[in-house]
Write a new protein. Structure first.
Length: 473
């Protein structure tokens, strides 16, 4: 049901990511033109590429590192997400236990170390990204979800997580929503931050170490060139075509059409959407509580994620996850009025006491999804190229780990990271079209149906469970 004030609340919302729509956004760097050489070429200026360039330069200051992006650093998923920086490398503990049971303990340890290292990097380079280690509160909004929370808490404690189960009164004392029936507060494995400011800060840090960065530079092809690789590029209207001869290359393009053909079978681009409210008044904050500023997510298959910003806005996103036939990616797909209306209606159902709040921004962005819902890795061109992809919405933290993996893969060394099953194994591929689109949309319909039927999974979902295939919002 669409609430009557939903349209009014959305009327003036700017169709752009709030995170990117601010004066702190740095000026773009010039596109690359003409011939260049580099020891390491990084393709993609989101988190995965920025972490790769920064870590490579930290490890070897003499290494000539060149990073290029088709837009500007952080303009895509890295500047459009909710700012949840999770320790999990496996899209949650339960997914990791199911897929990597023999090494999940090690992956949990590595994930916690990774989150600590992100916080240390933010401090080292004085990156002002409003990082808060307030944890995440998962909430049950239907009675059947309470058993799932209890099971999740038991599993989390088994692996040493600091979690607390909350009953209805306790969870509503944390955040006042009449929809909450219970909750689980994971207090030490999720940080919140400003995602665009993190990307801009990593860019500044990389430039300060001597990484060469060229924006508005699209790589159009890769080919062998002697002992290295040659990347052809296309810049803006005023830039001549360019080329980079690099000894090694890291692909960090994630959801966008891959330069490596094999990735087309493993990654699908899925659109996710979010709203941002205006800043809440003191009285409005008092109405909802939220004194501990946790990140929040409900526990349906089609779930919402939401959090407070530094200036006390509420970001409210998720629920719809939209795939377009043929892996289509286009700017027009970032605007989906039906989804914005749905999200706004759900927001007011969650917080009816905020009925007078308006939204300042509405936007969408594309996520790289694979069938195991967490990143996979590999090499090509006889080990001269490495890639990481498939982060499925948990890339704010896991991309730093992915950067470490790709650099280890390029080194050719046998390392603790390259020995992991997580790194050595690939996800099951998606089928070609039209079966891909039919399967994904049938799965999406089935997940919505399960939410409406107390979580009961139909034959299609049970079959996917047995095969290790699926689709996650």
């Amino acid at each position: 049901m669409t609430l009557p004030h939903t349209g009014r609340a959305l009327a003036d919302a700017a169709p752009v990511s709030y995170w990117l729509d601010r004066p702190e956004r740095p000026d773009p760097l010039p596109p690359l033109s003409g011939p260049h050489t580099a020891d390491l070429l990084v393709v993609g200026g989101g988190y995965a590429g920025l972490w790769t360039a920064l870590l490579a330069k930290e490890a070897d200051p003499d290494r000539d590192v060149l990073l290029v992006d088709a837009g500007t650093c952080g303009w895509a998923a890295s500047g459009r997400n909710g700012g949840f920086c999770a320790a999990s490398l496996t899209h949650g503990l339960a997914n990791g236990v199911e897929r990597f049971p023999g090494e999940i303990g090690e992956l949990e340890r590595l994930g916690r170390e990774n989150l600590d290292a992100i916080a240390a990097t933010v401090a080292k380079y004085d990156i002002d990204c409003d990082l808060e280690r307030t944890g995440e509160l998962a909430v049950a909004v239907e009675p059947y979800q309470l058993d799932g929370l209890a099971a999740d808490a038991e599993l989390a404690r088994r692996y040493g997580h600091d979690v607390r189960l909350l009953d209805r009164d306790e969870v509503r004392a944390e955040v006042a929503s009449p929809t909450y029936l219970g909750g689980m507060w994971d207090r030490d494995r999720v940080a919140l931050l400003d995602p665009a400011k993190l990307a801009w800060g990593l860019r500044r840090a990389a430039l300060g170490l001597g990484v060469r960065v060229h924006e508005h530079t699209r790589v159009t092809g890769l080919a062998r060139d002697g002992a290295g690789l040659r990347a052809t590029t296309a810049g803006g209207a005023d830039a001549a075509p360019g080329a980079v001869r690099a000894r090694q290359v890291v692909l960090a393009t994630n959801a966008f059409p891959p330069l490596l053909r094999r990735l087309r079978s493993w990654v699908v681009p899925v659109y996710d959407y979010a709203l941002m409210t205006e800043s809440l008044t003191g009285a409005q904050r008092d109405e909802i509580g939220w004194r501990h500023r946790q990140g929040l997510a409900d526990t349906g298959n089609q779930f919402h994620y939401y959090r407070l910003t530094a200036d006390n806005r509420i970001l409210f996103g998720g629920y719809d996850a939209i795939y377009h036939y043929g892996n289509r990616v286009a700017p027009a797909l970032e605007r989906r009025e039906a989804t914005f209306t749905t999200l706004a209606s759900h927001f007011f159902s969650t917080f009816p006491q905020l009925a007078d709040v308006r939204f300042s921004h509405r936007w969408g962005g594309v996520i790289d999804t694979c069938t195991r819902f967490c990143a996979f890795f590999g090499t090509a061109y006889e080990g001269r190229l490495a890639y990481a992809a498939g982060f499925t919405g948990l890339g704010v933290g896991a991309t730093r780990f992915g950067a470490r993996v790709t650099l280890d893969l390029l080194s050719g060394a046998d390392t603790p990271l390259t020995r992991l099953d997580l790194v050595r194994r690939k996800p099951l591929p998606f089928p070609p079209e039209p079966a891909r689109s039919v399967g994904i949309n049938l799965t999406r319909w089935s997940l919505a149906r399960a939410d409406a039927r107390d979580g009961r999974r139909n034959l299609w979902l049970r079959t996917l469970d047995r095969l290790g295939l699926g689709f996650d919002s």
